[in-house]
Design a protein around this ligand. Structure first.
Ligand code: ADP
Ligand code: ZN
Length: 216
């Protein structure tokens, strides 16, 4: 049983590592970002309320997010454990989570923190492009298309996603630094924090994470 929490700045590569770990350990994925995107797509009352925050890159109010996660943790099955992704993001969410887990008599195994400098993040995001037609993704330095600005797959025009624009990235980074970064101390004090160098290649980073988890 492995109950993990994954933390990192927006664009740190959390998604890539989370996907590999989920598969490897057969964990149940609980992503508040995915939950909100689905509620928004289905135009539910929660989705309609959340969309004003999500669109601007602001956090949805804590009490709403806490209620959702509490419900999911009570209702979902996680025979091999879970990975919480995108939650908690504030100290009050972390405290609410502790409360719910205590009620369920479950404890966290480890908190994985993927550390990347702001400079590197901004460079990564600034180079990201997506095909306006088929959504294939590129990076002008790390994974360039054969012809600049044109999709290899369908010939569509490559564009920058709204949330990859520098202003949006800077906004999410400042929210992270203010609200989420204090969680690193919170989990360090509990002896749960494992910090990894997110500037390594995705494959090397994954190996490091697995090696550390084997010891748990
Ligand atoms: P990112 O795109 O920054 O990786 P996510 O996909 O995790 O973020 O979440 C998308 C959006 O959903 C966030 O910008 C925020 O508006 C909302 N959201 C997700 N998780 C939380 C949370 N734990 N608390 C508040 N809002 C959240
Ligand atoms: Zn395309």
């Amino acid at each position: 049983m492995l109950n993990l929490l994954i933390l990192g700045k927006p664009g740190a590569g959390k998604g890539t590592q989370a996907a590999k770990l989920l598969k490897h350990y057969h964990l149940t994925h609980i992503s508040t970002g995915d939950i909100y995107r689905e509620e928004i797509a289905n135009k539910t009352p929660i989705g309609i309320m959340a969309s004003q925050y999500v669109q601007k890159g602001f956090l949805v109010p804590d009490d709403i997010t806490n209620d959702i996660v509490e419900k999911v943790l009570h209702e979902k099955e996680y025979p091999h454990g879970f990975m919480l992704d995108g939650y908690p993001r504030t100290r009050s969410q972390a405290e609410a989570l502790d409360h719910v887990l205590a009620g369920l008599k479950i404890s966290l195994t480890a908190v994985i923190n993927i550390d990347v400098s702001d400079d590197v993040l901004l460079r990564r995001m600034a180079g990201r492009r997506v095909c306006s037609n088929c959504q294939e993704t590129y990076h002008i330095d790390y994974h360039p298309p054969m012809t600049p600005g044109i999709c290899d797959v369908c010939g569509g025009k490559l564009i920058q996603r709204e949330d990859d624009l520098e202003s949006s990235v800077l906004n999410r980074l400042s929210i992270y630094n203010e609200k989420t970064k204090p969680l690193l101390d919170y989990y360090e004090e509990k002896g749960l924090l494992m910090t990894f160098d997110g500037e390594l290649s995705a494959g090397t980073l994954y190996k490091h994470i697995i090696q550390h988890l084997e010891g748990k």
